[in-house]
Design a protein around this ligand. Structure first.
Ligand SMILES: [Zn+2]
Length: 444
């Protein structure tokens, strides 16, 4: 049995069912699970002092393409809209292989961890030159983050009216075969799981209708979740109407892509009827405000979604369209963007933090994560509010208005992944050096 006591936090934002905030409080962790919260708790195990800190659940990232950390701020893609941006990057991604996949994932995961993220999904949809999903799994295991990788796919290349070059696409049969392989090898459905695999055709404009349908059937047969990009911008809506004769919500519903086991990235352009469909069916949304701003896609109707009862989480999206993978900054951006659209009372700092923690966990089907309560997994972010960013704050718990964007400590399953502001599980300078060398080689 291993026990850790997190002691004397200034305030704990539990995100439990009552959204309790506990002042001068402790958290007791046993074997990776929270067993008690309150004042005056004791242990014979390890102690982590949290005086001067705000404690929250670890943040949950519901949309990322970790491989893209190797193509940040690519010159030709810096100012392009979605489709032009993709066409700039596809030929670069086509030169990736196993090492690029693993090192880029380590980089992206370390950046997430430093910003308080304990659980992340990943959407990998290119598999050139022997790249496989397991290279990203190895990276997540090395750093110690809870990981929900998805096996992505592209099957409609340029020659068939799709967007990606044919060389980056795969045949439907080979895609489904590899989906079965990675689920059987790596998916762990148990409570407290550190790895759950999902299936994720890239987008309606890069896979066939048949592959969308067959992927949904396979996911349900295997009991895994489904993920894709949907309704990202005006071009995306126009493509759906021209190719499929309907809006994205209708397309998704017709092919089995709604339900509690489905979450869609972006959904910037969902209309009122589609928001109603998502609410009724329990379909989740990964809101990616920085990426939406960066690509000029628009402002997702998150206020309307939440009011209708749609499950919403946050995603930093890939690092070719953000280009930062800081989830705390993403949560701040989410609240600011809703205020741009709807006024200063559109979203509070506490609600944005809730979306970034409990909201994301619910989108990923993880009620055992994203909240601090007895029985929940010990995924915990510790924010030092004694620094310059918080100095003068009257409400340190309003972290996203005035507070640090990096954690002091991060626990995942009770284990310390970040300690004293540094990644505890990796030689980070070495990872950065490998990443920099790979990026330079790609840039030629
Ligand atoms: Zn994306």
């Amino acid at each position: 049995m291993s026990e850790t006591l997190l002691r004397n936090a200034d305030v704990i934002l539990t995100m439990d069912d009552a959204r309790r905030e506990l002042a001068r409080a402790d958290v007791l962790i046993r074997d990776g699970v929270i067993v008690d919260l309150g004042s005056g708790l004791s242990t014979t195990g390890a102690v982590v002092e949290a005086r001067g800190c705000v404690v929250t659940p670890g943040l949950v990232n519901t949309h990322h393409h970790l491989f893209q950390t190797l193509t940040r701020a690519v010159r030709g893609g810096q100012d392009a809209l979605l489709f032009g941006w993709l066409q700039t990057l596809y030929p670069i991604w086509a030169r990736f292989g196993p090492e690029e996949m693993q090192v880029s994932a380590l980089t992206g995961l370390a950046e997430l961890a430093l910003s308080g993220c304990s659980l992340t999904s990943d959407h990998l949809y290119v598999f050139p030159n022997g790249a496989r999903l397991e290279y990203t799994l190895a990276a997540a295991a090395e750093i110690g983050l809870r990981f929900h990788p998805t096996r992505g796919s592209m099957s409609i290349g340029e020659s068939q009216g799709g967007l990606p070059p044919d060389a980056l696409t795969e045949a439907d049969g080979a895609i489904l075969e590899d989906c079965i392989r990675v689920i059987d090898a790596f998916h762990d459905p148990s409570e407290g799981s550190m790895c759950r695999v999902g299936l994720a055709p890239c987008s309606p404009f890069s896979v066939s209708r048949e592959l969308m349908r067959d992927t949904a059937l396979l996911a349900r047969d295997k009991g895994v979740m489904l993920h894709t990009h949907l309704a990202e911008n005006d071009e995306d809506i126009a493509y759906s109407q021209a190719q499929f004769g309907c809006r994205p919500g209708q397309y998704a519903e017709d092919l089995g892509w709604t339900g509690g086991d489905v979450w869609h990235a972006h959904c910037v352009k969902l209309d009122a009827a589609e928001i109603g469909l998502f609410a009724r069916s329990g379909t989740g949304v990964a809101h990616c405000p920085c990426s939406n701003c960066r690509l000029g896609s628009g402002i997702a109707p998150v206020r309307a979604m939440r009011d209708a009862g749609v499950r919403v989480g946050l995603g930093v999206d890939g690092s070719a369209s953000n280009d930062v993978g800081n989830l705390a900054a993403e949560a701040r951006q989410a609240l600011l963007l809703q205020r741009v659209a709807r006024g200063a009372d559109a979203m509070s700092a506490r609600e944005a933090l809730e979306i970034a923690t409990r909201g994301g966990a619910d989108v990923l089907g993880r009620p055992d994560c994203g909240r601090l309560m007895p029985g929940a997994r010990a995924d915990i972010a510790i924010w030092d509010v004694s620094g310059i960013e918080s100095a003068g704050s009257w409400d340190p718990a309003a972290l996203l208005l005035a507070g640090p964007m990096r954690v002091r400590d991060l626990l995942v399953e009770g284990r310390q992944v970040v300690a004293g502001g540094q990644i505890a599980t990796l030689d980070l300078p070495r990872v950065i050096a490998r990443q920099t060398a790979l990026a330079r080689a790609l840039a030629g």
